[in-house]
Design a protein around this ligand. Structure first.
Ligand code: MG
Ligand code: MG
Ligand code: ZN
Length: 355
């Protein structure tokens, strides 16, 4: 009898011991969140046909639809929709990181930081533009670029790539934020970015907003994605990264379909890079969506063999149509169905609890 008791006790403590080791060795999933600004279903369709009838999105496991209205407007802007997805609360158009009753909100990126995640932001706009800013800034107006830059300089995103260098050192307050951001190594080229072993890196691609692909934008988003993912992956901590295809929206505002499709095709390569990483890694959630549709685009003709598409725009602004959500990896099944854009935050946050 005594012997049995000892064995039971011993076995129980062994189980606890093994359990501890097992839990510790299982990381929370990495999260790769890709936002195609203005990338409605028609922008995806047009870009897919222009890309030879193929997109990385075809390899995703679950598809959902997101409702994009903001707290004060049937048609959202990028600030309100970015805030909805990054913080889980609807707010007024133009507002970043603050809800409609003036409460400052924590973003999914900041929650991940609290959980010990490494973080990164990549954009083909400036880093202070509404979509990336919705992950770190708390401002009443998205157009307060110098204030947003000041907030970003005090933030601690590990790796960032985007335009907008001038907002950090050619400022009305005379501050040089780049000097003040002394925990960062700043790089000027893809080679430098790739080679640097620094734990925090800033890469300003342009002084203001980067040009379009049609105007020969440098620093392809898929290469930036691959380099950043390998940097994030070299630490033991899990990571959160937001990658924005910023200019799909700008092409649609300009009612220029080839601007839209070329920006989509570059963004699609970044999606492919993210997906390839996740497939290899096995513990990475990839979510691709849009903040809203832009242009009210209808696809009316084309020729797949010639990679040609023809469409018509209904507006120079955004529209209120639902946008698709594609997901792959741990917790991806929770992204199926139809829901408000705020639910995306909750689903991303829930992913952190998966061990
Ligand atoms: Mg937008
Ligand atoms: Mg944007
Ligand atoms: Zn827009």
């Amino acid at each position: 009898m005594k012997m049995n008791k000892f064995y039971i006790k011993f076995n129980l403590s062994l189980i606890f011991f093994l359990n501890t080791i097992f839990v510790c060795s299982q990381d929370s999933p990495n999260i790769i969140f890709l936002i195609g600004d203005g990338m409605g279903l028609t922008q995806i369709s047009a870009g897919m046909y222009a890309n030879g009838n193929s997109t990385a999105l075809e390899e995703f496991e679950y598809i959902g639809l997101s409702k994009t209205t903001s707290s004060n407007s049937f048609v959202t802007d990028s600030a309100a929709s970015g805030t909805a997805m990054s913080t889980g609360e609807k707010t007024l158009n133009k507002v970043l990181g603050i809800n409609s009753i003036n409460v400052t909100l924590k973003s999914i990126l900041e929650i991940c930081q609290d959980e010990g995640y490494k973080t990164a932001l990549l954009a083909t706009s400036s880093i202070v533009h509404a979509t990336p800013a919705s992950f770190y800034a708390k401002v009443i107006s998205r157009y307060e670029y110098e204030d947003i830059a000041l907030q970003f300089s005090k933030h601690s995103v590990d790796f960032f790539v985007g335009g907008g260098r001038n907002y950090f050192y050619k400022r009305t307050d005379g501050k040089n934020l780049i000097k003040e951001m002394d925990s960062y190594t700043f790089v000027k080229s893809m080679e430098e970015y790739n080679k640097s072993k620094a734990s925090k890196i800033g890469f300003f691609t342009y002084d203001l907003e980067p040009p379009s692909i049609l105007e020969n934008r440098k620093f392809p988003l898929d290469q930036l994605t691959k380099i950043t993912l390998s940097k994030l992956n070299s630490s033991n901590a899990p990571f959160f990264i937001m990658i924005e295809g910023s200019q799909i929206d700008w092409g649609a505002h300009a009612n220029n379909l080839s601007y839209v499709t070329t920006e989509f095709i570059e963004f699609n390569s970044a999606i492919q890079a993210a997906l390839d990483f996740a497939k290899k890694d096995g513990n990475t959630l990839v979510v691709v969506t849009a903040d809203h549709e832009t242009g009210g685009l209808a696809l009316l003709g084309g020729k797949i063999s010639q990679k040609k598409v023809y469409g018509k725009f209904n507006t120079k602004g955004h529209s209120a149509t639902m946008v698709p959500v594609f997901s792959y990896g741990p917790n991806s099944e929770s992204f199926k169905g139809i829901y408000e854009n705020t639910a995306i935050f909750k689903k991303l946050e829930n992913t952190l609890d998966i061990k």
